[in-house]
Design a protein around this ligand. Structure first.
Ligand code: GUN
Length: 295
């Protein structure tokens, strides 16, 4: 007989519903006091299917909490210069409290240039160097949405980070790099970041009390790579296509959930783990930006 262990499923969907209820109450309060309703603008370039899906979720979330929103779509042939002009326009639009440029962008457009063009006090993705750097400040500004969401999951599930060995697989600017700083600064953890040049990944992941994986390679993390009792956070969401799936595709995480979960104390599912928290964090940042710009 195979032994099964109890683990707690980290329900990001449920936590995000709780956060959205908290935000809705704050929006209602603002309305009652005749204060401005937060307004999020979303810039989408091109017609990448996954980006469209994420943007649809963001619009739905705005509607749920009572935010105003504006969708701005551009063809993938738009020049960098024209896109910069649009960003300037939104930067100066007093009605917009926060905005995002959905990534990825077409190859001829520099993500760095576009990101840095966004006014930092409206940068509700927390991608600008100014906001990114504020992670190590006593008064963080608008924090990157996905790592912020992960920290919130760890907090709400009482997962101790202080003094723990945290291993992050994936050193991206969107997730791994900022999360490492948050885990050190706010979580007082000992952090190791692994990436594609890491030698003997398994020997490092096996040391993790908290293992965060944000690579985008389905099934990268197998049971032999995980320590007994670890908390595992799976940020991977890759569309795997196949005729057996209802929409023609299924979302897969980086962790072999079925084999890994019995070894874990806590684990996030995909979908329904980190994904909804990214959107909840985006809403929290938009509310914060609106409160700062229009107190
Ligand atoms: N593409 C994938 N994740 C994100 C995100 O959090 N924000 C933006 N703007 N683009 C993304």
């Amino acid at each position: 007989m195979t032994e099964t262990k109890d683990y707690t499923l980290i329900d990001g969907r449920k936590v995000s519903i709780d956060i959205k209820a908290e935000i809705s109450a704050k929006v209602a309060e603002r309305k009652k006091l005749n204060k401005k309703v937060p307004h999020l603008a979303i810039i989408l370039v091109g017609d990448d299917g996954a980006s469209q899906t994420y943007v649809d979720y963001k619009v739905k979330a705005c509607k749920e909490v009572g935010f105003h929103y504006t969708m701005m779509r551009f063809a993938d042939t738009i020049s960098e210069e024209k896109l910069m002009k649009h960003i300037d326009h939104v930067n100066n639009d007093e009605d917009v409290d926060g905005f995002i440029v959905q990534l990825p962008l077409p190859a001829h457009i520099s993500v760095e240039k576009i990101t840095e063009k966004i006014r930092s006090d409206k940068d509700v993705d927390g991608f600008t160097n100014h906001n990114f750097g504020s992670i190590i400040s006593k008064n963080p500004l608008l924090l990157p949405a996905t790592p912020f969401g992960i920290m919130e999951l760890l907090r709400r599930y009482n997962i101790e980070t202080q003094g723990k060995n945290c291993v992050i697989v994936g050193a991206s600017r969107l997730v791994g790099a900022p999360l490492s700083m948050m885990l050190v600064q706010q979580g007082h953890a000992t952090v190791t970041i692994c990436h594609k040049y890491t030698v003997d990944l398994k020997s490092i992941t096996q040391q993790a009390d908290i293992l965060v994986v944000a690579v985008g390679k389905p099934g990268l993390i197998t049971a032999d790579m995980v320590k007994e009792g670890a908390a595992v956070i799976d940020v991977g969401t890759t569309r795997v296509e196949g005729p057996q799936f209802k929409n023609g595709y299924s979302l897969k995480g980086d962790v072999e959930f079925k084999d890994v979960s019995p070894k874990c104390s806590f684990i996030t599912p995909v979908p329904g783990g980190v994904g909804p928290m990214t959107i909840a964090s985006l809403l929290l940042n938009t509310l914060k930006a609106a409160e700062n710009l229009n107190p």
